[in-house]
Write a protein that binds this ligand. Structure first.
Ligand SMILES: NC(=O)c1ccc[n+]([C@@H]2O[C@H](COP(=O)([O-])OP(=O)(O)OC[C@H]3O[C@@H](n4cnc5c(N)ncnc54)[C@H](O)[C@@H]3O)[C@@H](O)[C@H]2O)c1
Length: 260
């Protein structure tokens, strides 16, 4: 049995993870942490109650793996607490900077503890990114539109940034080939520029969970790769895969595609 803790356990993603862990015969939920609803029950199948402090929960319950779905401003500090206290983090929270990811990589290696960060745990979304990477070789122009619910705190999404990074690994310096010089009459109308000049446009609206389109263009043709998450259960197969992988490995992984 893999001993699992969840930080951000009372959030939208955290509650799904708690349920998925409680329903899996190979996983045991040993602790749950949140800054809200402290001491409440997390799942009818478990006696675990919400604790308010991550380090105390780790020391009291000794999880093998801690799954983090909290918020961008806390995730880095949480990961440090896990690694410093012998726990392998599985991080779904987005918003980590490149420098923070590198520092977590170094700390995970120094401690000899696995650490997995995935901006997206949905297997369909990972395939969308992999297909976009393949298509990037054949098109000189591409832009990304990501669409999320209006409670999402960071923009653009971690998935959009990761998609742009994977597309840039095709070796192309720019994906705005041949575009004429532009003036924005309304600031931000062309979105933000990411790796290899890929423009990312972020839409925030109730009704969406998480969607993304990668649009490729060339003379006389447009190709769109689109993925839609209809509910949060779509992430759970990926989260469980990540927990089971990292419990048995000591490497640092960025991106679920590395273990699919
Ligand atoms: N990787 C993925 O596949 C994926 C999918 C969906 C969402 N996300 C990301 O996951 C994060 C959480 O999303 P959500 O929709 O569940 O948000 P949410 O706001 O519903 O939940 C966050 C929870 O974390 C708790 N929290 C905040 N700071 C904390 C701290 N320091 N310690 C403990 N608990 C703390 C909050 O009280 C809340 O219950 C976001 O960054 C989101 O972008 C990632």
């Amino acid at each position: 049995m893999i001993r699992v803790g969840v930080v951000g356990a009372m959030g939208k993603m955290g509650q799904e993870v708690v349920k998925a862990v409680c329903d899996d015969k190979d996983l045991e939920l040993v602790c749950a942490v949140d800054v809200n609803e402290i001491d409440s029950e997390v799942c009818p199948k478990s006696e675990v109650r919400v604790m308010g402090d991550l380090k105390s929960a780790i020391l009291a319950h000794r999880p093998d793996v801690m799954v983090d779905f909290t918020q961008p401003k806390n995730v880095y500090e949480n990961a440090i607490i896990c690694l410093e206290n012998g726990v392998r983090p599985v991080i779904g929270t987005t918003g980590l900077s490149d420098a923070q990811i590198e520092e977590l990589n170094a700390l995970s290696q120094a401690k000899g503890l696995g650490c997995l960060i995935a901006p997206n745990f949905s297997t369909g979304a990972i395939l969308m990114m992999m297909f976009a990477k393949q298509a990037a070789k054949y098109f000189d122009n591409a832009e990304i539109i990501e669409l999320h619910h209006n409670q999402k705190k960071d923009a653009p999404s971690g998935t959009a940034i990761k998609t742009a990074l994977m597309m840039s690994e095709s070796g192309k310096m720019t994906f705005e080939s041949g575009n004429c010089p532009e003036t924005e009459t309304i600031q931000g109308s062309r979105g933000g520029k990411s790796y290899s000049d890929i423009h990312i446009h972020s839409v925030r609206m109730p009704g969406y969970i998480a969607s993304q389109e990668v649009i490729f263009g060339a003379s006389g043709q447009i190709m769109t790769i689109r993925h839609d998450s209809m509910d949060r259960q779509c992430y759970m197969a990926g989260v469980k895969l990540a927990i089971k992988y990292i419990a048995e490995h000591n490497d640092f992984i960025y991106g679920l595609e590395k273990i699919m």
